[in-house]
Ligand binder design. Structure first.
Ligand code: GLU
Length: 427
């Protein structure tokens, strides 16, 4: 970019790519808070981006090559931190956006990490388990110089899980000659994972919905919830919210969704999904498309799938009172403006889904100390951190007449900028 940050609009936000959304959010926060142009310029660009080619052998003996990435957006407050996703649409711009959001997310939660993200452009459903392992180990080898417990700690994200983290941890450890559990988080408990990590993002989403409802004077038992995405985050959030007394009226996965006004039972849906492979076809509920789900009459809408699902094209049809972003970047910059003009209370991703990275931080701390906590301890500390973050964002939003997203970015960007200023510019 040769434009001066903080001046004229620098990008066409109507294009709605995650990177454009992320930059527009940063630019807006920088302007609102009067961020120094130098700091703004530093924060607009990722610190380093690695692009790797990942060749691996298929079961039939042929060779396949996928494109992989690992981006460190910022490491001023601590080691880079963020997940790895496997998805056919992964590209450098998406990974850059996700890395930038990790930087703000860690800062908002006051976690001493910077922001990173990685990804491989692949559809893992098209790979056998052995192919998935070989691809993962080769990708891990390619990014090996980038990662380590002191510099960059990967974790699960879309289509990656604790088995994949175990293979990355093993690949790194075999190269070191000893076990290095702190190189990844979200790994199995048997090799140094944290209790409570697998459900942490969903649990955090629940805490943020409850904090929101409390601030609006509404009891959880009174609300209806629609959840887009029935994977690790959305599926578990449905269960937790149902158990807490909310009425979960709609859920969906990539193949479509379900709606029942009286409420759905996630346990029964899980049983159905186990057999059918999808939520669609669950008896006693009406089918609903992913687009229709976003427009249902409900109190709380939880987009827990992919980026850019609420845009200028459908934001005026969202009827929820609260939108809690369990996914990263589900609402585009302009779509968000339309929601806030209509008074929809949006809990932004960098606050709403920070439960995952918060328990990742706990996992890293436990690995380094070789001392492990109970699940109760983990959940309790998670709740404290997230409720404090919500209160800080909510208070600033009220004070400065900002949306929750603007306030969260103000706080996140502000803490990172303060760290830069405190350390000084090298050399
Ligand atoms: N992938 C998750 C996220 O987007 C978790 C990252 C982590 O635990 O490092 O926040």
């Amino acid at each position: 970019m040769n434009e001066q940050p903080g001046h004229e609009p620098q990008l066409d936000t109507s294009k709605d790519s995650p990177w454009e959304t992320a930059l527009a959010q940063l630019d807006e926060a920088a302007e609102l808070m009067g961020l120094a142009p130098g700091a703004h310029e530093i924060l607009r660009a990722p610190k380093r981006s690695l692009s790797v080619s990942v060749p691996f052998r298929m079961d039939d003996g042929s060779t396949r090559v996928c494109q992989g990435y690992r981006v460190h957006h910022n490491v001023t407050r601590g080691p880079a931190k963020g997940g790895i996703r496997y998805h056919p649409n992964v590209d450098l711009d998406e990974v850059k956006a996700l890395a930038m959001w990790m930087t703000w997310k860690c800062a908002v939660a006051r976690i001493p990490f910077g922001g990173a993200k990685g990804g491989v452009a692949v559809d893992p459903k098209g790979l056998s388990r052995a192919e998935l392992e070989r691809m993962t180990r080769r990708y891990a080898s390619e990014i090996l110089p980038f990662i380590g417990p002191e510099k960059d700690i990967p974790a699960p994200d879309m289509n990656t899980d604790e088995d994949i983290m175990a293979w990355i941890m093993d690949t790194y450890s075999m190269n070191s000659g000893y076990s290095v559990p702190g190189v990844v988080t979200g790994k199995p408990v048997a090799i140094g994972g944290s209790r409570g990590r697998s459900g942490a993002t969903s649990r955090g989403v629940m805490y943020m919905i409850f904090s929101t409802l409390k601030s609006l004077g509404i009891a959880p038992e009174e609300v209806s919830v629609a959840i887009q995405g029935y994977g690790k985050v959305g599926g578990h959030a449905a269960q937790l919210l149902h158990d807490a007394g909310c009425r979960v009226i709609a859920v969906s996965d990539v193949d479509g969704g379900l709606y029942r006004e009286r409420g759905l039972d996630p346990e029964a849906i899980n049983r159905h999904k186990k057999e059918a492979g999808v939520v669609a076809g669950f008896p006693g509920a009406d089918p609903v498309s992913n687009e229709e789900l976003l427009e249902l009459e409900c109190d709380v809408l939880v987009p827990a799938a992919i980026e850019g699902v609420i845009t200028v094209k459908n934001a005026d049809r969202v009827r929820a009172r609260v939108v809690c972003e369990a996914a990263n970047g589900p609402i585009t910059f302009e779509g968000d403006k339309m929601l806030s003009e209509r008074g929809v209370f949006v809990v932004p991703d960098i606050l709403a889904n920070s439960g995952g990275v918060t328990v990742s931080y706990f996992e890293w701390v436990q690995d380094i100390q070789a001392y492990f906590w109970s699940e109760e301890d983990v959940n309790d500390r998670l709740r404290q951190i997230m409720e404090r973050a919500f209160d800080e964002v909510h208070t600033l939003a009220a004070e400065k007449h900002l949306t929750m997203r603007q306030a969260a970015h103000w706080i996140g960007v502000g803490r990172v900028a303060e760290a830069h200023l405190t350390r000084g510019l090298f050399p």
